[in-house]
Ligand binder design. Structure first.
Ligand code: 6PG
Length: 238
């Protein structure tokens, strides 16, 4: 199921906070913890604006990384480092609630280590089922660190894989694979800016089936695209 939301500028944050708030309420009411996968890039600043508007039991949220760059946390390229600077302090979450990579390992070992860390939260014999995955979109159609034409798109069993030849720097990263992404309860693309308008149109109204972001099709969950006016400007609306 695809729900397309096209708020005017500035409404993206409130749209996202409403969606996260109601998603968290449902999960927390069931007695479970709320497990969210984060992406990097422009999403970090947007979440720093969005999350403080949410009323919730923050102590039961856990943040994972849909992808992460293998760099020290104090590097400006570290997605966790970016969240740490921009988010912790604005909402009452602790560093322990972020399930972080080990940046001292190779991408191969960091991916294995991350799978181990996920196994504390998810039964090891089944594909993890995240409550929400927050996804970005590159102008080339990538999402997480799954890039067009890359062999990682064919990964069918591992939860997390290393990549050492990312076309977007830095080159070494780990990334969730499509089986994990498509097993989430909610996949939410959050896309702003006119540099994304063309690829958004190709994916949502073209015949794209091959591009990584077009292959995000949760089996049993919901797919949302939250766009600002600039990112949605080439879409034909009825
Ligand atoms: C990264 C992110 C990546 C991101 C997209 C979109 O490495 O930058 O983890 O997956 O979500 O590249 O990034 P922007 O929103 O900054 O364009």
């Amino acid at each position: 199921e695809k729900i397309l939301i096209e708020p005017r500028d500035g409404l993206v944050a409130s749209c996202l906070s409403n969606l996260l708030q109601t998603s968290a309420e449902d999960v927390l009411a069931s007695g479970d913890t709320f497990k969210v996968g984060l992406s990097g890039g422009s999403l970090v600043q947007l979440l720093a604006q969005t999350l403080p508007n949410i009323t919730t039991d923050w102590s039961r949220w856990y943040f994972f990384f849909c992808d992460e760059r293998i760099v020290p946390f104090d590097s400006s390229d570290s997605t966790y480092g970016d969240y740490k600077t921009k988010l912790i302090g604005k909402v009452p979450v602790t560093e322990e609630q972020f399930i972080k990579i080990n940046p001292d390992l190779s991408a191969e070992d960091a991916a294995k280590d991350y799978i181990k860390k996920m196994s504390v939260f998810f039964p090891p014999d089944r594909v993890p089922c995240f409550d929400v995955l927050l996804l970005g979109l590159g102008p080339d159609g990538h999402t997480c660190s799954l890039f067009p034409g890359h062999k990682l798109l064919n990964e069918a069993s591992l939860w997390v894989c290393p990549i050492n030849d990312s076309p977007k720097p830095p080159p070494s990263r780990i990334t969730f694979t499509l089986p994990v992404i498509n097993n989430a309860k909610k996949c939410i693309f959050v896309i702003t800016g006119s540099s994304k308008a063309e690829i958004v149109k190709r994916i949502l109204q073209g015949r794209e089936r091959i591009l990584p972001a077009a292959r995000v099709q949760p089996h049993n969950g919901y797919l949302y695209w939250i766009l600002d006016e600039d990112a949605a400007k080439f879409l034909e609306t009825a």
